[in-house]
Structure formats: structure tokens, C-alpha cells
Write a protein that binds this ligand. Sequence first.
Ligand SMILES: Cc1cc2nc3c(=O)[nH]c(=O)nc-3n(C[C@H](O)[C@H](O)[C@H](O)COP(=O)(O)OP(=O)(O)OC[C@H]3O[C@@H](n4cnc5c(N)ncnc54)[C@H](O)[C@@H]3O)c2cc1C
Length: 418
Amino acid sequence: MSTPATVLTPTVLIIGAGPSGLRAAAELAPKVNGEVLVLERESLAGGIPRHSDHPGYGIRDMGKFIDGPKYARILREKAAAAGARILTNAMVTDWAGARSVNVTMPEGRVRVDADVVILATGARERPRPARLIPGDRGQGIYTTGHLQNIVHLKHGKVGKRAVIVGAELVSWSAAMSLQHVKCKTVLMTTEYPKADAYRLFSGPGRIFFNTKVATRTKVTRIIGKPNVEGVEIENLDTGERKIVDCDTVILTGDWIPDNELARAAGIEIDPVSKAPVVDAALRTSKDGVFAIGNMLHPVDTADVAALDGAAVADHVLGYLRGNRPAGAPVGLTAEAPFRWVAPSVLRQNDPAPPRRRLLLWSDKYVPFPKVVLRQNGKVVAQKRLLWPAAPGRVFRIPSSLLGGIDWKAGAVSVGLAD
Ligand SMILES: Cc1cc2nc3c(=O)[nH]c(=O)nc-3n(C[C@H](O)[C@H](O)[C@H](O)COP(=O)(O)OP(=O)(O)OC[C@H]3O[C@@H](n4cnc5c(N)ncnc54)[C@H](O)[C@@H]3O)c2cc1C
């Protein structure tokens, strides 16, 4: 491939202008000697909150309770005011070197050579083909992200009767967007024995949207061509199947990190979460390449993603000053019912992870979980937590538990007390 006409040379390149990338840019721009450049493939920076038009954003990072578009606007303005350069319609397509990337923009191809790269590309919901749902390929099947793009950015319409597959936080966000375009949510389905969202959402949500949540239920077929006419659902306990009439199906949750660039760089990927493996300083396995936000923990709330961006700034500044990880790495793995844990590389001298929390995904509802760390089968730390581990949302545990680790005793696992 020929060399692009334009080569940009920022000190720090941030790929993705969602909450995590914009917050990192706002923190770094005033402190870095040189340019902080943010590249965003969409025409407007802000990530998912741009089209998530309901309140619930900004609690932990801004001390506000605001809607997604407003939250995205504040983050954009803060990053720009701090001096970061944000280029939109700029899609990073591949790597041109250890910390160099190729970018496609309307003006042509650009190469960016940076001293540090921060991956902040977020996560997406798996589309229908990846979920292996049998049946017809009719019109009217969307993920929440796709739905909200149509409703809140393009001001388009969907059908009149929807089935939402999933009952986690994002599923209620989908119900709100459907209500906005007068499409009734006739049913929500979840394979779990209870709705996965916080009770605060699922209780009032059922009343507000006048909908039912079918627990222990799976969609076994989508019916209708050229347009969706219904779904077949199965009760996982009895095997009983029935047809629900609908013209719209919303596939929610079931997240996959936007990890294509990380994989292309040969960065180590967690086999379960498919996220880049990072240490507590958010360093990936490639020197000078960091990762933040929902691409690490698919998915947590936007404020937690933004606070990753705040936390990575110090570590990037340290890297630019010549600091490198010290001490042998120790792996941290998740035991059932936990699916994954982040960060998963520990070092004795590393700083605490962002917000002093380890982030996990649970496949089971456990009301007051007693979390344990084990080494060689022996419990080295434990703590009973007052908040539940629940499917459909990130479970956070205090990183102070890591204080119990014997750094000479090898790999650590995190699970529940027997
Ligand atoms: C429907 C829905 C409702 C939600 N509701 C809430 C809520 O009420 N409150 C809350 O706190 N959180 C909510 N969340 C979660 C919140 O939106 C995310 O936690 C947050 O957006 C994650 O930020 P991020 O920066 O990690 O990723 P994202 O917001 O996903 O941003 C990643 C950015 O990277 C860009 N990008 C990806 N690849 C490339 C590339 N190759 N080149 C250039 N750019 C690229 C993308 O276009 C995107 O803009 C919701 C999420 C969804 C899906």
C-alpha cells in the first residue's frame, strides 16, 4: 500500500470518542507535551449516549442525573476545551506499526504515528446471526443500538408490537425508545429465573410499559417474511412452546467488545469476554497500547467507562516519563458462577484498578455473595458483600481483597465461598 499523503504525529492517540475516550482526552490534553488526538468513526463524538435519549447518565463521574445526549455533549465540550483534537468520520482501519494506525476519512487516507495509543472502541450487542436464532429472515429485527439509531438519530419508525429479547438494564432502555415511537412492548424474555435489571427498574418498568417479563424463556424461532409476524418462545423448564404475535424483535444485551483493532495488533484477548487482557494500570500486552471503557468490561455504565478514562491518564503520563511495569505478572481468573474478571493481570507494585474495583460478570443471582480469592486451592482473602451478584450487569468487588495475595504463590482465582 502507498504511503498516505497526510501523516499526523500526536503524542497520544485515542481511538473512539465515547465516554471513556473523551474523558481520557479531557484529562490528558492539558498535561501532555504534544497533541492528544481522538479519532471517531461516527459524524458526532459521544459514543452510545448520543442516541440513548433517557436519563441515567453522569451519576458517578459528574454527580448529575442527565440524559445520554446531554451527557455526550458535556464530555465533547470538556475534551475540546481541554485542548484535545477530535476528528470525526475518521475510522481507524488497521495498524501501520507498533503505535501507528491507518485511518480512512472523507478527505482520504491518513496515517497516525503516536507515542501512546489508547483503545476506547466500546462494545456492541451481538446481532441475530451471531445468536443463532432459527427462523425466517424478515424485516423488523434490531439490536438496541440499531433501534436507538433509527429512533433518536434518524427520527425513523419501527413496528407497532415488539418482543424484547433480554430483561437487563439495556432492555428497559429499548422499551423506552419503543414507547417513544408508539411501539408497544408486548413481552420481554429472559433465560434467567428473574429479570436481570435492578429491581428499581424491572418493578416500575413492568407497570410503566404495561408489559410482562417471561422468565426461563428462550426465543426458538422468528416467524414472518418479508416482515416479522411473530416469535416462538419456549419455557426452559417445561419445554412448552407458544407463538407471540409481533412485528418487531429487539435483541438486547449479549455484548461483544469492539476488539477488531486489538486482535489485529496481536494483543492478548480474554478467551471468555473477548476483551483485551489488561493489568490494573489498563496496559494491554503491547507496549504503549492501553485499553479503557466497555471494550474491557462489556458492559458497565457510562460513568464507570468515563472513570476508566480518568484513571488511565496518570498511567499514560507515567509511560511517557519512562515508567514501565515492574515485577512478575500473576494471572487472575474467574471461577463459576463468574464468567470473567477485569483486570486479569496483577503485579505486586501496580496501582489499584480504576475506582478500586475488580469487575466481574455473574451467570447466577446471589443476594449477599461471599467473594473469595484462592491460590493453589487455598482461600487467601474473602469478603461478604452487601450487594448482589446478578446476571445482566457488571458485578463490582473491592480491589482491597488483592491485599491477601501471596505474590510468590502463582495464579489467583476469584469465586464464591463453598
Ligand atoms: C441502549 C443503551 C442504554 C444505556 N443506558 C445507560 C444509562 O442510562 N446510563 C449509563 O450510565 N450507561 C448506559 N449505557 C451504557 C453506556 O452507554 C456505556 O457504558 C458507554 O457508552 C461506554 O462508553 P465507551 O467509551 O466505553 O464506549 P462507546 O460509548 O461504545 O464508544 C466507543 C466509540 O468508539 C468508536 N469506534 C469504535 N471503533 C472505531 C474505529 N475503528 N475507529 C474510530 N472510532 C471507533 C465508536 O463509534 C464509538 O463512538 C447504555 C448502553 C446502551 C447500549
